[in-house]
Design a binder for this molecule. Structure first.
Ligand code: AMP
Length: 179
């Protein structure tokens, strides 16, 4: 498994899909899963740019991961909080999941804000974008420390480059993983 991490608009989904197409890895996006199984409560939280609660997300992941046990997976959008990261690392420790590394897409908020406003998903309003950035900085970024403490490799990628240039950079850093 590879975890794809990055603020909204950093390109994690497109890059995950490119890797998925190229290597046949299963792309699992929690945002896509939630949009496919939307409820009024989920929609409300997502439109505000708020993270859904950990129990709910862990239950979603537990189910989907059991469907893809033993397969190569790119996890896009999970974990996003310390409890989610600790849950996943628990799975790694118990040998249920093999986590090869974390791809950390880095991009300046002004750059990704412009991309998101151009994309225009319903949750891409100025207010929801600001909230997602704040949660990313305060709640999601600290999980890097949990991964580091667990000895998981973190690959920093410059997400401000073109889609193709980012893809090439990812291919270079994950070279050892794919072999
Ligand atoms: P994304 O498609 O990754 O941008 O996710 C869209 C929205 O789904 C986020 O803004 C959150 O509201 C929700 N979401 C997706 N993944 C998670 C997660 N791991 N934990 C909590 N909320 C999530």
């Amino acid at each position: 498994m590879i975890v794809m991490m990055g603020v909204a608009g950093s390109g994690k989904s497109i890059q995950s899909q490119m890797l998925s197409d190229q290597f046949g890895w299963k792309w699992l996006s929690t945002g896509e899963i939630l949009r496919a199984h939307i409820t009024d409560e989920r929609r409300e939280q997502m439109l505000l740019g708020k993270l859904l609660n950990d129990q709910e997300m862990i239950a979603v992941l537990d189910k989907v991961l059991s469907e893809y046990r033993g397969k190569e997976v790119i996890l896009d959008g999970f974990p996003r909080t310390v409890p989610q990261a600790e849950w996943l690392l628990g799975k790694v420790e118990s040998g249920v999941v093999r986590l090869d590394g974390v791809i950390h897409m880095q991009a300046n908020e002004d750059v990704v804000c412009a991309r998101l406003l151009a994309r225009g998903r319903p949750d891409d309003t100025k207010e929801a974008i600001a909230e997602r950035f704040r949660e990313y900085r305060e709640v999601t970024l600290p999980i890097i420390d949990n991964f580091e403490a667990a000895g998981i490799p973190i690959y920093d990628i410059d997400g401000e480059q073109s889609v193709e240039a980012v893809h090439q950079q990812i291919l270079r850093v994950i070279e050892p993983v794919k072999n």
